[in-house]
Design a protein around this ligand. Structure first.
Ligand SMILES: Cc1cc2nc3c(=O)[nH]c(=O)nc-3n(C[C@H](O)[C@H](O)[C@H](O)COP(=O)(O)O)c2cc1C
Length: 150
């Protein structure tokens, strides 16, 4: 934390249908940086990114993506593999998904993100899976917002 108490923090997210973005908007005092690609077709293996948010200068970064086909979205995967400035920030993650069990994409997607980030020298601290169908979804989001800070 900076001496004046203000931390430079952001959420870098991809959202195809708005769920992941709606969670990001619940965080207060974060810059919301949306990754964009030339197509939102989840079947495209190597999408071309048209907006590549810069995390350099941020002390705290949350990366967030939907699960697509038991994995993180290809847009987020391409983004995480593209950027290099992981070392300076505290990093937390969340994913949103739909299927009822964590093993149906939630856990493996979080681990997939962690692995990419760590392979590039970053350190991941907290990880949260937000299941859109779970009746405790709002509590999960609230708890995450309370826990996630630098
Ligand atoms: C093409 C596609 C594949 C998906 N695959 C999965 C999956 O494997 N597991 C899962 O739990 N949810 C899956 N979902 C559901 C999304 O992860 C979920 O609705 C998510 O909250 C969407 O986030 P968004 O609105 O930010 O795009 C899939 C959705 C789409 C469109």
């Amino acid at each position: 934390m900076k001496r004046d108490g203000i931390v430079k923090q952001c959420i870098v997210y991809y959202s195809k249908t708005g769920n992941t973005e709606s969670v990001a908007k619940k965080f207060k005092d974060f810059d919301l940086l949306q990754i964009k690609a030339n197509s939102d077709d989840p079947n495209i293996q190597n999408p071309t990114l048209t907006v590549i948010p810069e995390i350099k200068g941020y002390e705290y970064v949350v990366f967030a993506t939907p699960v697509h086909g038991f994995q993180i979205s290809k847009v987020m995967k391409t983004y995480l593999e593209t950027i290099t400035d992981y070392k300076d920030a505290i990093i937390d993650l969340y994913i949103t998904h739909f299927f009822p069990f964590a093993w149906m994409g939630g856990n493996s997607s979080l681990n997939q993100m962690k692995k990419i980030i760590e392979s590039k020298g970053g350190k991941v601290r907290n990880m949260t899976s937000v299941n859109w169908k779970n009746r405790k979804k709002d509590q999960t989001i609230q708890r995450m917002i309370e826990e996630y800070h630098a």
